[in-house]
Write a protein that binds this ligand. Structure first.
Ligand code: 5RP
Length: 268
């Protein structure tokens, strides 16, 4: 791997721990104004210092994020669909590598829909991006999107992650599932997990703990952080699991302390 690509990757997956807490706020690219992201700049401002990387689209980056901030950017560069369609898999590449470089990104992100009607097209998008990224030293994060008819089990996710890695992804983002260690064992590049729909904070911390203790290098979490009533407490708690080796129980205790202070501060 060349120096530029290694340097960009080291900005995302921290060499000190080999782990990563990425904050995902790219949901609007097909969902529109997602709850908690109506004003994304305001949402992420207090969270950025706890995020190793921020995953978002070009439009939100340009319009909402201070160019003076230093958190590495993972730019979503696939899209072209919306929640109004049943089939979300009909994606294309939406940003040129030249524009991604102009935006000084640390990586680009693309979804693959293995087993969908547009499997070949989305895998082609990934392969094309890997070629373009290779030219300039830009790593590609492949997101294993799961269609409604697919089961999020180790067999399916293991297949999707392995294909993404085989086609050249530097990092793969997928979902946690039972038997997750098999997904990681079959994937020759680092794996991070998405958080999925908002769940109770205690359960989201357990999810993060289960993922890293079965081989994920970290999380690329969105709604379970920015839709929490206590997003700063939540990202700090997730960080303590990913980077500091805390158990989910320890992180939950820290979360409650932080959230309690936030409530006390707000009512003082
Ligand atoms: C959508 C994405 C999202 O970034 C991803 O799902 C992470 O967010 P969350 O933790 O809210 O699931 O890649 O395809």
């Amino acid at each position: 791997m060349d120096w530029g690509m290694q340097n960009r990757l080291a900005g995302i997956i921290k060499p000190a721990t080999g782990r990563c807490v990425m904050l995902a706020i790219d949901h609007g690219y097909f969902q529109g104004p997602t709850t908690g992201l109506e004003r994304p700049g305001e949402t992420v401002a207090p969270l950025l210092k706890y995020a190793d990387a921020l995953m978002l689209t070009r439009g939100v980056l340009r319009s909402q994020i201070d160019p003076g901030q230093r958190t590495p950017i993972v730019l979503r560069v696939s899209g072209g669909t919306s929640v109004l369609k049943d089939d979300l898999s009909d994606e294309e590449i939406t940003v040129s590598m030249e524009d991604a470089l102009r935006l000084n990104v640390a990586a680009v992100a693309v979804s693959v829909f293995v087993g969908s009607d547009h499997e070949k097209q989305t895998l082609g998008n990934l392969a094309t991006l890997c070629d373009r990224g290779q030219k300039y030293g830009v790593p590609v994060l492949a997101v294993t999107a799961v269609g409604k008819s697919m089961t999020r089990d180790a067999r399916y996710l293991g297949l999707a992650c392995r294909i993404a890695a085989e086609l050249g992804a530097s990092v793969v983002k997928t979902y946690y599932c039972e038997g997750f260690e098999k997904v990681v064992a079959g994937c020759p590049v680092p794996v991070v997990i998405a958080g999925g729909k908002k769940i109770d904070e205690r359960d989201a911390l357990k999810l993060a703990y289960n993922a890293v203790s079965t081989g994920a290098v970290g999380v690329d979490m969105g709604r379970n952080i920015f839709q929490s009533k206590w997003p700063v407490a939540m990202i700090r708690a997730v960080r303590s699991i990913v980077h500091d080796g805390c158990s989910d129980e320890q992180a939950w205790e820290a979360f409650q302390r932080d959230a309690g202070k936030a409530v006390a501060g707000a009512t003082a």
